[in-house]
Write a protein that binds this ligand. Structure first.
Ligand code: B12
Ligand code: SF4
Length: 474
């Protein structure tokens, strides 16, 4: 029994500059299979790291001759890359079972199985137990009706089995499966954030979220539960990645870093490991949690936390309410200030294009970004990602003007607002970047900042043509 995991050739998200990420979702699944299923042969093909193009992928599938081919999209904008991968697999090894999963395919299981005949099975939600069950049953189609968590076609109909219960304790998961991509592990990098020579690893500290923001699919995907690994386990995984694979830039994938004792405990555990000084880490956090954690920010910085990403900041309380974000504009001001005071790179995300946005409200948002003055602002456009409340609302009201999943990357405008056309929303995105990064004072301050990360990001913005690419979208 052989399972071939494929990370397809994917376009990078140009706003973040040049990077090569580890295919964390599939190596995690592969590590779980390795431990749980006897007599299974596993192969991971990371086309991006191995520089394998579509033709090369065909050859690799042919020589591997797998029984099951599995691929993951990560985000909606990679849907076609996964479909093309599985279509290629079906052509080369028609008897192999083709499987995918993840947030996009979970939310669109019915439509995707109707639209893409090359796709045999969608594993909905958490993948490990369901996929292991499928492989234990030798990937046989006849076993599908008995496996919880899968969607598949039977006699021309799409069947959705009941969900698989979640793994109760995330620490039952194996350590990340970087040994399964050991020839690529030194190639993973995030140039802007850490340089090309700092091997980049993802580590999962939690799954799901206790909040329910209307634009986010994360909380639903993980059944609205927030499960966390302990501080000790997170520090152990970081230490393991550093010592075994030389990882130096570690991204904790948690979307919700949380408050309470945990962040402080994470800092203390990491400090205890005495990892080399050039190991840094990065996390996304809500503004309210940053404020609640203000006492421990110095220890988090000492532990190597170099950057905090704060998504969906806004100057309008009613927009934040519509997003069900549960934070205020003042929270954003305080959080940015706190991060900067503690020498932690403050990375803000500001989103335009919600239904009530006008030229005036977007101008106010630009002013707000200027006033916040974080180290880096990423502007984006509200995107109706499948699985979110915003998507359902947009579908109901006929607001979705573009069905090309490639464009669901938060940079392309998909919906008009009440007063702005899709094209005008797109123009406004460029206006946001031009205003923020076009200011000479800010540019010079960034290019020659004492903060190394800020310098890197501003050189990236100056040299990489991001503004030009955003302008070319309208
Ligand atoms: C790290 C990260 C990135 C990295 C890249 C990482 C990479 N490997 O390419 C960067 C910063 C570059 C990035 C970019 C983007 N990202 Co991103 N990213 C993440 C993050 C934080 C972690 C991903 C991860 O490894 N998760 C852990 C693994 C274990 O979870 P998983 O992949 O979902 O897999 C599990 C299950 O879903 C399932 N499963 C998944 N695939 C498959 C396949 C099979 C065969 C099976 C059986 C099961 C299965 O099993 C797995 C184990 O249980 C997630 C949020 C999150 N916490 O997941 C967002 C997330 C995936 N990103 C998101 C988005 C929107 C983007 C961007 C479009 C823009 C943006 N604003 O960030 C770009 C797209 C880039 C591109 N072209 O690919 C959204 C996707 C939502 C959607 N429907 O599109 C997420 C969910 C964030 C969110 N809260 O909305 N991202
Ligand atoms: S945006 Fe962040 S805080 Fe809100 S539901 Fe998604 S993961 Fe949770």
């Amino acid at each position: 029994m052989k399972v071939l995991f494929i990370e397809p050739p994917k376009d990078i998200w140009f706003v973040m500059g040049e990077y090569l990420p580890p295919p964390y979702g599939i190596i995690q699944l592969a590590a779980y299979l390795e431990r749980e299923v006897k007599d299974v042969q596993l192969e991971v093909l990371d086309c991006n790291a191995e520089k394998v193009d579509w033709k090369g992928m065909e050859k690799r599938i042919e020589s591997s001759n797998p029984d099951v081919v599995a691929s993951s999209s990560l985000a909606t904008c990679n849907t076609y890359a996964v479909v093309k991968t599985l279509e290629t697999a079906k052509r080369i090894v028609p008897n192999a079972l083709t499987v995918t999963g993840g947030q996009h395919f979970t939310a669109t299981a019915q439509e995707s199985l109707e639209a893409y005949p090359e796709l045999d099975v969608i594993v909905r939600g958490e993948g490990e137990r369901t996929f292991a069950e499928l492989v234990k049953r030798s990937g046989k189609k006849s076993a599908l009706p008995e496996i919880k968590g899968v969607s598949f076609r039977q006699d021309g109909e799409v069947i959705h089995n009941p969900p698989m219960p979640l793994i109760e304790n995330l620490e039952d998961l194996p350590f990340p499966g970087y040994h399964l991509v050991k020839d690529s592990v030194n190639k993973y990098h995030f140039s802007v954030m850490a340089g090309e020579k700092a091997p980049y690893a993802l580590i999962e500290g939690a799954r799901g979220c206790s909040h329910e923001c209307s634009f986010c699919s994360q909380w639903r995907h993980w059944q609205a539960k927030w499960r966390v690994k302990s501080a000790k386990r997170i520090a152990d995984e970081m230490d393991y990645c550093n010592r075994t694979f030389g990882s130096k830039f570690i991204w904790l994938t948690d979307d919700n870093f949380g408050a309470g004792a945990r962040p402080g405990e994470i800092a203390e555990e990491i400090i205890k490991r005495e990892m080399p000084d050039d190991v840094s880490w990065f996390v996304q956090a809500r503004c309210d949690d940053i404020i609640r954690n203000k006492e421990v920010l110095p220890r988090l910085r000492e532990s190597g936390l170099t950057c905090g990403v704060m998504p969906f900041l806004n100057s309008s309380p009613s927009t934040l309410e519509g997003f069900k974000k549960g934070i205020t504009p003042q929270d954003a001001r305080s959080a940015v200030k706190l991060l900067k005071e503690n020498g932690i790179f403050a990375h803000a995300m500001v989103i335009i294009g919600q239904r009530k946005d006008t030229r005036k409200s977007i101008a106010q948002l630009r002013e707000f970004a200027n006033e916040l003055d974080p180290d880096f602002v990423m502007f984006g456009i509200l995107t109706p990602l499948p699985g979110t409340e915003i998507y359902e609302e947009a579908e109901r009201n006929g607001w979705i003007m573009d069905r090309n999943w490639l464009h669901y990357d938060m940079v392309h405008a998909i919906m008009p607002t009440e007063t702005l056309s899709v094209k005008e929303v797109q123009e406004e995105l460029y206006g946001c970047y031009r205003d923020f990064y076009g200011s000479w004072g800010r540019r010079l301050g960034g290019l020659f900042s004492r903060n190394q990360l800020k310098r890197k990001v501003f050189w990236h913005m100056a040299q990489s043509g991001v503004l030009g690419q955003i302008k070319s979208l309208f």
